[in-house]
Design a protein around this ligand. Structure first.
Ligand code: HEM
Length: 503
């Protein structure tokens, strides 16, 4: 049996290699190889730089390669050429284009999980879905979501009370479960009460392990084809997929059941309905379930999987990195607290979008945290037409990786780049920078549909925590290890100490 698997593996690799060589004809190779980059070998391309590298050193290895060859260099994902870019001017060429919207290699490995949902799809399907889903994230709808942000933030603050006795603990799972409750209740209209048990949650556990396995697969030459599923690691990935899909299927099932049992709540929202409905909290899932043109169950699941993942893992990381930096910079935390007292007065949390909009300094802190630690450190495209970057022609068919974290840490744009300095985001300072020098939510037609949602959620949760507690972080920037497995997060969670504030 083992013998056959090895033969099948070799044949599959050979077929894949030959197919790709034909596809990327010699002209493409010539153009791409004009760029600097690590030495490439047959079958493995430039993956050798990752062979033997441990999980917690993968991002560091990538950073070293970028430091050596950047800001424009080429790599070979086995036989697929990639260019890596890390300058705002280069980002602008890709991000502002309305035609360069096809996603890159990593998204292919996300496909078994997220399918052809909004994050991964392209062409007419993406365009139509984006148009359809956009109203669910209009700021008037977000006003309705504000009550959920508030309710869940208050619950989180209450839960954290038991931890405010000076003990050191990991706040990451608490934030994760709070964000999960929020995305389920706002976008899906379903309560999952994840915060009631932060110690174990099979959805969250499977999500982290699946993210890790996706990145391992991305950089392992032998795991690229579907033969992956014959290996124990591929089978483990499949097991986690079943958990992830089981959770989202249940969410959809619960909402369908609710709509069936409550015919008066059944809605058929149009954009106007959504804007004018003052009482009902209209969810994005309702929008999909009651669309005029019936959307197949499979497509609904893909969108729910996409929003469930994008809608909580990214904001969790953003909130945690903000807390990490505030806990390391007490002077900044004091300033945030002063602003909170001044804007909120006797309130314990911001209660409206207008409260949130007045928290200008907190916003600078969140933006600065997303600069140093962007939740999404890389994005990637497959070029569907030739582009010229810095005088180099990059032919159609080549993959293009945009290193967001690298631009955000460019010392020429942000002097002393790892310093947490929220004043960089005062309007007069931000205006001096290139518009694509700060892109945590990407930019252009494929930007993040949930960016306002994310900012409101982050502001509400952070305000609630900081109004009630003073935070001290245990790790410093020099001791924390960044993992960049789809989402950038601290390897060992976020260890903090909380001290109750007495007003
Ligand atoms: C701090 C929080 C967040 C960050 C940093 C972030 C970042 C990003 C980035 C960089 C992209 C572009 C991805 C690419 O081009 O491949 C993106 C796309 C997307 N984001 Fe977010 N995101 C955040 C929160 C959210 C939230 C809260 C939601 C949903 C409620 C969401 C839903 C999406 C979706 C669906 C896309 C794909 C959009 C499209 O291609 O049309 N994100 N996000």
């Amino acid at each position: 049996m083992y013998y056959y698997i090895v033969i099948a593996l070799i044949v599959a690799i050979l077929i894949h290699f030959i197919k790709n060589r034909i596809q990327y004809n010699r002209e493409i190779v010539q153009y791409v190889d004009k760029l600097p980059g690590p030495k490439a070998y047959p079958f493995i391309g430039t993956f050798h730089v990752f062979i033997g590298v441990k999980r917690n050193a993968t991002f560091k290895t990538l950073k070293n390669v970028s430091a050596q060859y950047g800001p424009l260099y080429r790599t070979w994902a086995r036989s697929s050429p990639e260019v890596n870019i890390m300058k705002p001017e280069y980002f602008e060429i890709i991000m502002k284009s309305s035609t360069l919207i096809k996603k890159g290699i990593t998204y292919g490995f996300l496909f078994p999980w997220l399918g052809d949902g909004l994050l991964i799809s392209s062409g007419a399907k993406w365009f139509q879905r984006r148009k359809m889903i956009t109203p669910a994230f209009h700021f008037r709808i977000l006003e309705h979501y504000m009550e959920v942000f508030l309710e869940k933030s208050k619950k989180l603050v209450d839960i954290l009370l038991t931890k405010s006795n000076g003990e050191i603990f990991d706040i990451y799972p608490y934030i994760t479960h709070c964000a999960l409750d929020i995305i389920c209740e706002t976008a899906m209209g379903v309560s999952v009460n994840a915060m009631d048990d932060v110690t174990g949650n099979s959805y969250v556990d499977s999500l982290y392990r699946a993210s890790e396995l996706i990145i391992r697969r991305r950089f392992s030459p032998w795991f690229q084809s579907d033969l992956y599923y014959l290996f124990p690691e591929g089978r483990e990935f499949q097991k986690h997929l079943n958990v992830l899909h089981g959770f989202t299927s249940k969410v959809i099932g619960d909402r369908k059941k609710f709509l069936k049992q409550n015919p008066n709540n059944k809605i058929n929202p149009t954009f106007d309905d959504m804007l004018t409905s003052s009482k009902k909290r209209l969810s994005f899932l309702d929008l999909l379930l009651s669309a005029n043109e019936t959307i197949p169950d499979k497509d609904i699941r893909e969108e729910v999987d996409t929003f469930m993942f994008e809608g909580h893992d990214t904001t969790t990381a953003g909130i945690c990195w903000s807390l990490f930096l505030l806990g390391n910079n007490q002077d900044v935390q004091d300033k945030v607290y002063e602003e909170l007292k001044q804007i909120l007065g006797d309130k314990k949390c911001p209660e409206s979008i207008s409260d949130l909009s007045n928290l200008k300094y907190l916003e600078c802190c969140i933006k600065e945290a997303l600069r140093i630690y962007p939740s999404v450190p890389f994005i990637s495209r497959k070029l569907t037409e030739d582009v010229v970057i810095d005088g180099y022609k990059i032919p159609k068919g080549v993959y293009c990786n945009l290193h967001i974290y690298k631009v955000h840490r460019d010392p020429e744009i942000y002097p002393d780049p790892m310093k947490f300095d929220p004043d960089r985001f005062l309007p007069e300072n931000a205006a001096k920078r290139h518009p694509y020098a700060y892109v945590p939510f990407s930019a252009g037609p494929r930007n993040c549909i949930g960016q306002k949602f994310a900012m409101y959620e982050e502001k509400t949760i952070l305000s609630a925590i900081l109004m009630s507690y003073k935070i001290t972080t245990i790790d410093s920037q020099s001791t924390v290890n960044e993992l960049a497995e789809l989402i950038m997060r601290p390897e060992n969670g976020l260890k903090i100490r909380l001290e109750k504030r007495h007003k």
